[in-house]
Design a protein around this ligand. Structure first.
Ligand code: NAP
Length: 247
């Protein structure tokens, strides 16, 4: 697998699954622009890439801000060329039962997890169309398929990602751009590390493989889809969940 001539934009590459994805694509030769919400986070990504001999750098991005999205695409085009691999990874949770959910908790999760996918994918389309090659891969979640109490907002965004992916795949197939989704189960990152030990153990009883997944195990599937290995796969949702949900 080689991504030598490819520019990849990975949102939320400062930690967790996004960091592993950026490292994986970079290890196969892609020039990677990985994002963080702070300049300190962006600087740390640049340092990490340098240590790992990965081409590219960290960049500041707030996916819920249209100007920030426009800025990053413009600066990638100015320095390299338009990204032909877009990994929509950045995401947040603001859990609450619906009865107590505040508008802000609903809207923030919508904006970061779903509206951002619209903004970023649209911003990358012109470049991919011109190149007649592109990959858009969004990180969804198993809860889009199973539901989860306390996560009506989060699971609605991740289910939205599935419909978005299938529709866009149909629009872009004729342009040789594939659009796919990967739905992780429980992965060991900051998002899951604060779960009480008892809850973690309880959750694991529903996972046949009996453990949380690692960010790298998700990243490997992303690189597979992004490479020539994934050339004939589009509109698909791949579950990476240790068997906790089998469609
Ligand atoms: P994480 O460790 O909490 O990292 C979240 C990343 O998103 C960070 O890089 C963060 O940047 C970035 N981010 C947050 N808000 C942002 C915004 N407004 N604009 C731009 N970037 C923003 O999360 P993770 O566990 O790796 O999750 C990555 C993706 O996988 C998410 O879409 C998540 O929903 C999905 N997922 C995770 C799991 C799991 O078990 N962990 C399971 C299913 C799906 P900063 O570092 O600057 O804050």
């Amino acid at each position: 697998m080689s991504f030598e001539d490819k520019i990849a934009l990975v949102t939320g590459a400062s930690r967790g699954i996004g960091a592993a994805i950026a490292n994986s694509l970079g290890s196969f030769g892609a020039t990677v622009v990985g994002t963080a919400t702070s300049s300190d986070g962006a600087k740390k990504i640049s340092e990490r890439f340098k240590n790992l001999n990965i081409k590219g750098e960290g960049h500041i991005l707030n996916v819920s801000d249209s100007d920030s999205v426009e800025n990053i695409i413009a600066s990638i085009k100015a320095k390299y060329e338009a990204p032909s691999i877009l990994i929509n990874n950045a995401g947040i949770t603001k859990d609450n039962i619906l009865l107590r959910m505040k508008d802000e908790e609903w809207l923030d999760v919508m904006d970061t997890n779903l509206n951002a996918i619209y903004r970023l994918s649209k911003a990358c389309l012109r470049g991919m169309t011109k190149a007649r090659w592109g990959r858009i891969i969004t990180i969804g979640s198993v809860v889009a398929s199973t539901g989860n109490p306390g996560q009506t907002n989060y699971s609605a965004t991740k289910a939205g990602v599935l419909g978005f992916t299938k529709s866009l795949a149909r629009e872009l197939g004729p342009r040789n751009i594939t659009v796919n989704c990967i739905s992780p189960g429980f992965i060991d990152t900051d998002m899951t590390k604060n779960l009480p030990e008892a809850t973690r153990e309880e959750l694991l009883t529903s996972v046949p493989l009996g453990r949380f997944g690692s960010p790298e195990e998700v990243a490997e599937v992303v690189s597979f889809l992004a490479g020539d290995t994934g050339a004939y796969i589009t509109g698909e949702n791949i579950h990476v969940n240790g068997g906790m949900y089998m469609p």
